[in-house]
Design a protein around this ligand. Structure first.
Ligand SMILES: [Zn+2]
Length: 423
């Protein structure tokens, strides 16, 4: 391929994505508006939309209220959400969850297979677990596709979300501290099995992509998604772009070093935010109090989980309140640091922690507001996004949709590969 031809291919590709992105985000929309918003000529818009309609990605849906040229009402265009389907897979600590979504990120089917990641990791040497993981992931996706009974030709891609450092370009999990993996190739074997593009992404960044394209981050240039549960992860959209960093490690907010000599974190280092504010930290703290005889109601709980502790706090137990407020305070201190560095307009809090109640979050917010640099916290809106494993798997699906609707291609080969797999 000559350089010129490839330039032209890329330009055509990026114009198509631009138009598709507008129709997805602002549809129903007329061709005239598309031309105005993109700066493309009306003829170019006509050509591109004709192609998108022919491929079934876009459909005409009635006419605008106002009249277009020569007194004719302008025809409106809208994304055909059922033109294709996407699979999203999330490795959580105890299961592999998979969802099937349409092109508008609506979850149509969900399947979950139990898989004890952490226990397996402890039993195996590094890199021996992923083969088994790939096998169970294939099973999960096959079951999902069988239940959904869709035309396999309409499957656009698979997104996989995983904790830790992810080399998205190479499809390799560089380091997954919760699973004990290093340099585990995950995308290639799945792509070979299903014969469609497979994208690997850090799980919190996948949620940020979901918010950016389909959620509360849609019209916000700089926002943070912070996922709190067994660990703490972050996905940061800065000036409209998802921030991956030099090694794909950006967003490892849970490993913000906060307390020298503090408890040892899942990453092996002392005093990380995660070791002070996530689920294991809360449980450890509660257990210590119970053992020392100062556990209050905590000693009588059926299970020492953050949710149970939150219930005890809600019914007035002072010890439960103290455990949750202390953990929440650390999260707030960490967030204040993030606010000072990135100056976001919105922070989306998600993960299991959304069920940890008032005592955790009141102290988080108090510390955030008290410690952020002058005025920066005043513009921050904090939104709680509840959701279980489906939410995470949907995030993984949105990684594929983000590519389809116009994320910047990572390489030229990638640009060609993701150019409308439905064609
Ligand atoms: Zn750490």
């Amino acid at each position: 391929m000559t350089p010129m031809k490839s330039d032209r291919t890329l330009m055509k590709q990026s114009n198509q994505q631009l138009v598709l992105q507008l129709i997805q985000g602002r549809g129903p929309i007329s061709r005239k508006e598309i031309a105005q918003l993109t700066g493309l000529s009306p003829a170019a818009v006509s050509g591109i939309t004709a192609e998108l309609i022919e491929r079934g990605l876009v459909q005409e849906v009635g006419e605008a209220e106002t009249e277009g040229r020569a007194g004719r009402r302008a025809v409106l265009l809208q994304l055909n959400a059922r033109a294709g389907y996407v699979v999203g897979v999330k490795f959580s600590i105890r299961a592999i969850d998979a969802v099937l979504t349409d092109l508008d990120a609506n979850v149509l089917y969900a399947v979950s297979l139990p898989f004890a990641f952490a226990e397996r990791a402890r039993q195996s040497a590094a890199n021996t677990v992923p083969d088994e993981v790939v096998a169970v992931t294939v099973q999960t996706i096959e079951r999902l596709l069988a239940e959904a009974a869709i035309d396999p030709a309409k499957l656009v891609g698979i997104g996989v979300a995983i904790n830790g450092i992810v080399d998205a370009e190479a499809g390799i999990s560089r380091f997954a501290p919760h699973f004990g993996w290093r340099d585990a190739p995950l995308a290639a074997p799945l792509a070979a099995r299903f014969n469609i593009p497979v994208y690997l992404e850090n799980d919190a960044r996948a949620l940020a992509i979901a918010e950016q394209w389909f959620g509360v981050g849609r019209d916000i240039d700089t926002f943070l998604v912070v996922a709190v549960g067994y660990g703490i992860g972050g996905g940061f959209v800065v000036n409209g772009k998802l921030h991956r960093g030099a090694l794909g490690g950006a967003g490892e907010f849970g490993h913000l070093p906060l307390l020298p000599g503090g408890p040892i974190c899942s990453c092996g280092k002392p005093g990380c935010l995660e070791a002070l504010a996530a689920e294991p930290a809360i449980i450890r703290q509660a257990q210590a109090l119970v053992q020392s005889g100062a556990g209050g109601m905590l000693g009588q709980l059926p299970a020492l989980t953050p949710e149970q502790i939150a219930q005890a706090a809600a019914s007035g137990d002072e010890t439960a309140r103290r455990v949750l407020s202390e953990a929440g305070a650390w999260l707030g201190i960490g967030l204040a640091g993030l606010v000072n560095v990135l100056n976001p307009k919105l922070i989306v809090i998600t993960g299991e922690a959304v069920h940890w109640g008032h005592w955790y979050f009141a102290e988080m917010e108090a510390q955030l507001r008290a410690r952020a640099f002058d005025g920066l916290a005043d513009v921050v809106q904090i939104v709680h996004e509840p959701g279980g494993n489906d939410l995470w798997a949907r995030g993984a699906a949105c990684v594929v949709l983000g590519e389809l609707f116009g994320a910047t291609p990572r390489t030229e080969a990638e640009a060609i590969r993701i150019s409308f797999p439905l064609a």
